[in-house]
Ligand binder design. Structure first.
Ligand SMILES: Cc1ncc(COP(=O)(O)O)c(C=O)c1O
Length: 379
């Protein structure tokens, strides 16, 4: 396997910057750049290359499946995580006794909004509180009951990097016959996911963060035995069993997870996503997790030394790739780091430092040095 240092050479942004912002958007690789150019070349040379584009869609589906150790038939390729969530929400049925949807106070807005929008169909939306920055599992136990239809959790919280204990949440939900959804966007590509180990019903995510590519493509995993009972009303011709049937007097959804798709795929972005996924699979998410964990131990030790306060859990098993550090003015702090060509981001009173396999110890040391120089902005 190539070293992480060798992979870094594929990301030109590191020539001039310390890019440590993958929780927001990944660095651009030469491979993803070439993939975008390939799309433009195909447009010049072939024009409308539908056969190739549909093949590419299937290749991307297979790569997402490989990443999650799932089957291709369990994967829908969508246009965003929000589109995945909306497709799922449109398939939920509130005609029975199960009307409760449980989300958490750690949810990304789009995830919680998908459920609140269902109140007009009779959904009752309940939020599990956070405790010490994590999902409060005692509160979850109290709230889940036999009227619960779905429990939705973020794998990694976008605000503080907290990593959910998926098996424990699944066990609590399953005890009451509820379905489980994991919004994996802040984890996928940096935290290993194996659908057999998780045994959840839905997983959503997208491509622009740790999967190295671009806005415009999301994914949705649906557990195989749930697919045929799910009838999304957010649908379209690409969701039909036979896309070419051009039916207008019926809706015959695909027998696999493609039934959660809608219209023309995000063609230019599929080129980029394929390139990004290939690199992630080549590097291997297990190796990424190990590499980033070591960087984050260095970062956490450095933050402690300069008197900063972690907003992420201290325990490495309880956070993802992103580490949140409290700030009195997170926007000013991000701007101060940018003056030194260090690119980070912020949310909710924290600066977010999110390393990936292309980051190294020197990046971490540069961040710590810049934070120390701006100690007045640390919370
Ligand atoms: C955890 C999480 N879920 C969902 C989203 C939204 O994704 P999209 O814009 O693809 O709908 C984000 C975006 O940052 C996120 O971090």
């Amino acid at each position: 396997m190539k070293s992480m240092a060798a992979y870094r050479e594929h990301f030109p942004i590191f020539k001039n910057t310390v890019y440590i912002n993958s929780c927001s958007y990944a660095a651009l690789s030469l491979e993803v750049e070439a993939a975008f150019l390939h799309y433009l070349k195909d447009r010049h040379e072939v024009g409308a290359d539908w056969i190739e584009w549909c093949d590419r869609l299937e290749r991307v589906r297979a790569l997402f499946a490989e990443l999650l150790s799932a089957k291709s038939d369990e994967i829908a390729v969508t246009t965003s995580a929000s589109a995945s969530l909306s497709a799922i929400s449109s398939s939920l049925d509130f005609s029975g006794p199960r009307k409760k949807i449980i989300t958490t106070d750690l949810a990304f807005p789009t995830e919680a909004q998908a459920w609140h929008a269902l109140k007009k169909y009779g959904a009752e939306v309940v939020h599990v509180k956070e405790k010490d920055g994590m999902i409060d599992l005692d509160d979850l136990e109290k709230i889940v009951d036999d009227q619960t239809l779905l429990v939705a959790i973020p794998l990694v919280c976008y605000r503080n990097g907290a990593l959910a204990d998926v098996p424990t949440v699944r066990n609590v939900a399953r005890k009451h016959g509820a379905m489980i959804l994991v919004d994996a966007y802040q984890g996928v590509g940096a935290v290993p996911i194996d659908v057999a180990e998780w045994d959840v019903d839905f997983i959503v995510g997208g491509s622009l963060k740790y999967l190295l590519s671009t806005a415009g493509v999301g994914f949705l995993y649906v557990r195989e035995d749930l697919i045929k009972q799910s009838n999304p009303t957010q649908t379209g011709w690409f969701a039909q069993e036979d896309i070419h049937a051009m039916l207008i007097h019926d809706n015959i959804p695909a027998s696999n997870a493609r039934r959660f798709e809608q219209g023309t795929p995000s063609v230019p972005n599929l080129y980029a996503v394929e390139a990004g996924l290939k690199m992630i699979l080549e590097v291997d998410v297990k190796n990424i997790r190990t590499h980033v964990a070591a960087l984050n131990e260095r970062l956490k030790a450095g933050v402690e030394k300069i008197g900063g306060t972690l907003s992420s859990p201290q325990n490495p098993d309880q956070h993802g790739a992103m580490i949140a550090i409290a700030s009195t003015d997170e926007y000013a702090l991000v701007a101060k780091l940018a003056e030194k060509n260090i690119i980070a981001s912020s949310r909710d009173g924290n600066i977010r430092i999110s390393a990936h396999f292309y980051n190294n110890n020197q990046d971490i040391d540069a961040v710590i040095e810049a934070l120390e120089e701006n100690k007045a902005l640390l919370g």
